[in-house]
Design a binder for this molecule. Structure first.
Ligand code: AMP
Length: 126
């Protein structure tokens, strides 16, 4: 079922192009389910994006349409990346913007992984 707001999936979005290798990224991790790479405009000492390999516009779309194995694999990949980056002991934050009010800019589901410093309040005023 389509998810309102960002659908249909746009194969020209920047993360789709990164997945196809058309645009470079600073890769951190890749497995069957996910690709992780450094955000181009980091907002913390460590700021990595983890994206699923499938064509999903948002977390809501992923939850609605992805197979259970895909959801499990992707969820584990996020934790794997945090562990690989040495963030488990100090802690980290994951965040996913969905749609307009959250300011989602790229219409391919992604999880932001922030760490490497005290991260402050969850929601900053503009
Ligand atoms: P969002 O606002 O949640 O959609 O986040 C999109 C994120 O993608 C932002 O943090 C951008 O800095 C990041 N971004 C955009 N283009 C690239 C790129 N080519 N490589 C890495 N990160 C990118």
């Amino acid at each position: 079922m389509p998810v309102s707001g960002l659908d249909p999936y746009d194969d020209a979005n920047i993360f789709a192009r990164i997945l196809r290798g058309e645009i470079p990224c600073r890769k951190v991790h890749e497995d069957n389910w996910a690709l992780a790479f450094h955000d181009i405009a980091p907002q913390a000492p460590t700021h990595v994006l983890v994206i699923p390999k499938g064509r999903y516009v948002s977390q809501a779309d992923f939850a609605a349409r992805a197979a259970d194995a895909e959801i499990a694999g992707f969820t584990r990949a996020v934790a794997t990346v945090a562990r690989m980056l040495g963030l488990e002991a100090s802690g980290y934050r994951t965040l996913s913007n969905v749609g307009i009010d959250a300011g989602q800019e790229v219409p391919h589901y992604h999880v932001h992984l922030f760490g490497g410093a005290k991260l402050g309040r969850m929601i900053q005023p503009d």
